[in-house]
Design a protein around this ligand. Sequence first.
Ligand code: PBG
Length: 325
Amino acid sequence: MMLARPRRNRKSASIRALVRETRLGAADLVWPMFVQEGEDSETPIRSMPGQARLGISKLVDRARSAFDLGVRAVALFPALDDRLKDPLGTESANASGLLQRAVRALKNALPDLVVVTDVALDPYSSDGHDGVLVDGRIDNERTLPVLARMAVAQAQAGADIVAPSDMMDGRVQAIREALDAAGHTEVGICSYCCKYASAFYGPFREALDSAPRSGDKRTYQMDPANQRECLREVELDEAEGADWLMVKPGLPYADIIRLVREHSTLPVAAYHVSGEYAMLKAAAAQGWLDYGPCLMESLLCLKRAGADVIFTYAALEAARLLGEA
Ligand code: PBG
């Protein structure tokens, strides 16, 4: 009896490289970055070692380092002064607001850098919610026009892709229509299609001081217990005109990434979120895990699960470890 020997394909590094099914490259990565006022300011984020809120000129410098290492996309989140926050997130449509200035500066300095902007109220809202709060409830219909105006302001500033992370129903269509009406037919939409009400977003909310002031996000973000429900979100977002579909968080939701991959022909993005990053950093700081290999394995596994694009705070570190440039 011939013995099947899978180990033959693992015999040497060269054979393993030939039969490798999944490859990770710097070009797969998007670096989420936080921007704040004060050109040269830099405020480290306590629960995200290695990440900081950056003033615009530092932001451009860091994005350039990433670009030079092959990371050709960033996703931007603004950290606003509390005085600029109100219940309607009015500041989000300000053409000369912080985020819009950051987008312009990045596109001026690095025209080939893909700039992704976040569409949701939370960085701008005095309530810390992604939608408009009316009598203790998030009002879907009152939120849509606010999101649409925000997306148009971002497109006007030069964003390549707008990424609604708010989870209101109908927002992809509302944003698509507003972008088209304003002449931004070439600006894409990365829909946070399957975004779960996850506790892994904690460090991000600390970075932006954007935690909900009351209640939680469970009436709009998905229940972590649900899988089938994501197919409904996929169908709707496709019909409404999404260009990319995102699953968030990343690794704990690898089954969702696979499901979306198998049900859509659109590119799938996975968000390796702040809590996932923090866990790796914390274990490494204790000397309990070897950061580099654990990071690369995490990102590779997201690709193997079916992600084409990975949003990760570790993009710059990963690009260095990949050493392609
Ligand atoms: C909110 C938003 C969140 C993240 C991205 N956009 C947090 C939330 O929904 O409360 C989280 C990202 C992360 O944890 O890395 N619009």
